[in-house]
Ligand binder design. Structure first.
Ligand SMILES: [Zn+2]
Ligand SMILES: [Zn+2]
Length: 160
């Protein structure tokens, strides 16, 4: 595993992309840029709230995109397969979606369930790489491709 993976600190690489730019990006990943896909990707990039399928559906409805659960789920699957979106299970076992494709880690609030992105400084990222390298030495036979930390605690609004 390489420790030379220089992480950039661009906070919002495509946060303010226009619908046209998003459509072009979706097309470049081999998908048809339907209004549903553009709406989903726009929400995921702007809100950065790692929603569940139902959470995303509710958020889209507020923006007058009334999509069925199956439609939202299928479009998320296609966007995930195309590499535009990542999915993961949170600590509670809920399936969540994330459009931040730069290397980052997660802070999870155990009270409200909110998940916030954490980008490490290069030195901190190297420590995580070293940790993963140490684990792959101890657990012989494992080739670790990537590592992502999930730190759990209580967020500022739940503490206040
Ligand atoms: Zn909270
Ligand atoms: Zn994330």
């Amino acid at each position: 595993m390489s420790a030379s993976n220089q992480s950039t600190h661009a906070e919002s690489p495509a946060g303010a992309a226009s619908p046209d730019a998003l459509a072009a990006e979706i097309r470049a990943h081999g998908l048809r840029p339907t209004p549903a896909r553009i709406a989903i990707l726009t929400h995921l990039r702007e809100a950065r709230d790692h929603p569940t399928v139902d959470g995303l559906r509710a958020a889209l409805r507020e923006h007058h995109h009334d999509l069925g659960q199956a439609t939202v789920y299928q479009n998320l699957e296609r966007l995930t397969d195309a590499g535009l979106v990542a999915r993961f299970l949170d600590g509670a076992g809920l399936l969540r979606f994330d459009a931040n494709r730069t290397r980052h880690h997660h802070l999870l609030c155990t009270v409200c369930g909110r998940i916030t992105d954490v980008t490490l400084e290069p030195g901190e990222a190297r420590s995580v790489d070293r940790l993963a390298a140490g684990v792959s030495e101890k657990k012989q036979g494992w080739a670790i491709a990537e590592s992502q930390l999930e730190m759990r605690g209580v967020c500022p609004s739940c503490r206040g």
